[in-house]
Design a protein. Structure first.
Length: 345
């Protein structure tokens, strides 16, 4: 074979090799699958997964929703047969045993109550009930009613027995409400399940509380999360105050701009301040960025009660935790913790 022929053969071989590599890459490219929006935990949940193939992606989505449903069945205060429902019914009379998952959330809740000096408190159920009833009647509760409900509130009145996994109330009429932490915990369990089932990357969104990890969707180098402008003013682009870029972490937002109780023309936040016995009068919205959704969910609630200055002071002390606060008022400027800027696109 002469030199020219040899060059042609080498060229053809090189082309074939490139084609073979391209086909190999194309056929092994991860697939992206997105779930429909499903009604869970009183809001809508949505899952996006990146996996090696469609079958794996589908399995990941279904296992994620199975975990979310499981948490809801255990911890919903709306369901009388949930573990929390049974605790609320019986724990003033005797210690009630609960499962590992519920006990874990109760322990974490008490830790956050201590950390935030009661700004986060899952025992606010009596106050939540009071304002739900006031909404139905459209009559604001009297101060005497608020004080009576407050006497049944306080994480200090909650007894947790780690050895026997039991829960007991020291005051009659106490009631737990895990609305400020259960969604975050469900998201974390969903992410954990998808990792075990082969997800290369995923995002779980329950009512705006989000956690993501791994390979992002749509060929991006990070997961992009939009934060809604709580005031939705004309200067907001598409209703977003900003976009966050997250590689592996969680975001939770709390505020009174979407969830509130309107009684006699006055708006009360759905986030209860146990000190006042009424809706928190903090910022319009609080967004927390943390390693996991349980922490982000609880801290977003706590900072909403604590207020901007005190809340940000707490966040600055916590590792791997940032906050973006939008104060109340017309066209407010968002206030950020020291390290929050690195997440903003």
């Amino acid at each position: 074979m002469d030199k020219k022929s040899r060059s042609i053969v080498i060229f053809i071989f090189a082309v074939l090799l490139i084609v073979a590599l391209w086909i190999s890459i194309a056929t092994n490219r991860p697939v992206e699958l997105e779930s429909s929006y499903r009604l869970v935990m009183g809001t809508f949940a949505h899952v996006v997964v990146v996996a090696k193939d469609t079958e794996t992606a589908r399995r990941c989505i279904e296992t994620a929703f199975a975990e979310i449903d499981k948490v809801d069945e255990l911890m919903s205060d709306y369901k009388s047969d949930s573990e929390i429902g049974i605790v609320n019914k019986n724990a003033a009379e005797h210690a009630v045993q609960v499962g590992e998952a519920t006990f874990e959330v109760l322990q974490r809740s008490v830790e956050f109550s201590r950390l935030t000096e009661g700004a986060f408190d899952i025992t606010v159920g009596p106050l939540v009930d009071l304002f739900r009833a006031a909404k139905e009647k459209q009559v604001a509760p009297e101060q005497e009613e608020i004080e009576k409900a407050k006497s049944k509130v306080g994480y200090e009145k909650l007894i947790l027995d780690k050895t026997n996994k039991t829960v007991q109330f020291t005051v009659e009429g106490m009631r737990l409400d895990l609305g400020g932490i259960a969604k975050g915990y469900a998201i974390d369990k969903a992410i954990e399940a998808m990792k075990k089932n082969g997800a290369l990357g995923a995002m779980v969104d329950i009512g705006g509380d989000i956690r993501c990890f791994g390979v992002p969707a749509k060929g991006k180098d990070r997961w992009l999360i939009g934060l809604q402008d709580p005031n939705l003013n004309e200067d907001s682009s598409g209703g977003l105050v900003l976009k966050l870029r997250i590689a592996d972490g969680a975001i939770a937002t709390s505020g009174d701009y979407q969830q509130f109780v309107l009684i006699e023309g006055k708006k009360y936040s759905h986030i209860i301040d146990r000190q006042t016995g009424s809706g928190a009068e903090g910022p319009s919205s609080v967004t927390i960025i943390a390693d996991n959704a349980t922490d982000a969910d609880a801290l977003a609630t706590a900072v909403s009660v604590m207020g901007t200055e005190k809340g940000l002071a707490l966040i600055e002390k916590l590792p791997n935790t940032e906050a973006i606060v939008v104060p109340s008022g017309p066209k407010p400027e968002s206030i950020k913790s020291t390290g929050a800027e690195k997440y903003i696109e």
